[in-house]
Write a protein that binds this ligand. Sequence first.
Ligand code: HEC
Ligand code: HEC
Length: 501
Amino acid sequence: MRVGRLVLLGALAGCGEVDIAVDALADARPRDAAAPTDRGAAPPDAAVRPDRDGPLDLGPDTAPDAAVDPGGDLPLITHLGGRASVEASGPDAFRVAAPDLDGAARRAFTIGEALFEVDWVPEPGPFDDRDGLGPLFHATACQSCHPRAGRGAPPTVPEQTPIALLFRLGAAGPDPVYGDQLQTRAIADLSPEVVIRVEATPTAGAFDDGAPFTLIAPRYGFSAWSQRPPEGELVVSPRVASPLIGLGLLEAVPEAQIVAFADPDDLDGDGISGRANRVLDVEAGQAALGRFGWKANQPSLRQQNAAALSGDMGLTSVVFPDEICTAAQVECQLLGLDDEPEVSPRALDGLTAYTRFLAVPVRPDPGDPRVRTGQALFHGFGCAACHRPSMTTGAVADAPALSEQTIWPYTDLLLHDMGPELADGRPDGLADGREWRTPPLWGLGLTAVVSGHTRLLHDGRARSIAEAILWHGGEGAAAREAFRSAPADAREALIGFLESL
Ligand code: HEC
Ligand code: HEC
């Protein structure tokens, strides 16, 4: 058995195995459990309140100034997605379309929704627009990985084949035999590329007040390769499916604004750089700003979705017209022969509309005064330096609901060095092997309700919000230490704020 570099980086010698199913939901607090409204809460401790000058932006309807955002001394924003917010709660809270879509957009959304949920089958199937799965694939439906448009989780026992967790391959370009993503399933009697086993190594740590915690670092085993094992050091990038709300808003943020957040040489000396990724826009044939994926490795929702169809399900489209079989995978090639894209342009448009228009749930007033304290701490601990509370969208001709407004995604869409323990060692566009895109935090508190688990981070290793913070290293280390050394009530207030999003 060969192991990836990640294993070596993440593992601490001599530890046994743990069952990562246990505790997974321990920290999941349903957002409905919040205390009744109390807007008259005392302002938080001045020591943790960020310094600010000048006027502050109070909400989605006022003139946006992305450089200043509210801390704990200001009202909590409820419409994080601006006009693309919806009153929605419960398991289906992420499955709702933005309001005020015109007829064409609404129809495209509905087509996309059906295609997102359907199980694709190998050719020939009963319906032309739902067959073509494989020859190699990872899952049969978008929603097998993004449950209810939410996020996926890694396996909870080593015997379980990863579904929502996929593995990008190769540090220096695609592997000549297996390409750039490992496929754990195949049609007919073709062999899957590999069998993957996910285990975990526990590490003990403690908060400054003595309270203990345990983190689990994933460990991956690869066996039963369909052909020879990849040559050289095996570098894999494990990635779990991310939640899909509000993505059309993020696509509508003008490039110049995101680039302006970047500080690649850390000129302001705050220890946080932030770089924009540049990746290939396949249809335009030129480099573009990367926005989507854990390393901001896709420039648009259209290309992201076409890549998912191709890389995750073996479905060709106009964007990626060739099956993913490499030249070395002859049987795969023979099974995959087909002249026409398996997914029609209309179907791809539908999926793109679906992922553009999924609304952001309105954040109920959490009531609990600690949430406002937590909001101040979020700034005071330095979280907002990367998880930027607000941005402004530009004009979007066909989608007024997405257009020209302040949104509150809590991301800068930039890449940050997150330290050796989270590193995958695999570059992606301009992203290096230690960099990850700051993920949006809107909807975070609904993770358990929508997705049925509370696993976070790119590989799902964190079992709770607290664990996700404790894994922050590199540019995020100072913020992590601020959290780790804070008293228990401050830590709880911060988590309360994050769960209220
Ligand atoms: C095998 C599991 C899997 C399947 C099937 C899958 N996805 Fe994903 N999805 C992922 C992973 C993993 C990521 C993060 C990818 C990355 O970092 O490169 C992702 C990311 C995305 C994103 C970008 C999210 C963001 O915040 O940047 C979109 C949009 C998306 N998927 C849509 C789809 C659609 C549409 C389908 C069906 C055509 C689909 N996915 C099928 C696993 C999956
Ligand atoms: C240097 C930039 C940076 C800072 C500062 C930072 N984060 Fe993050 N955060 C990230 C990145 C990048 C990731 C994704 C890392 C990964 O998946 O490996 C992340 C992931 C997370 C996640 C998991 C999100 C998900 O979808 O899985 C949470 C929760 C989170 N951060 C909260 C915080 C909090 C709270 C603070 C302050 C204590 C903070 N972060 C400070 C960059 C930052």
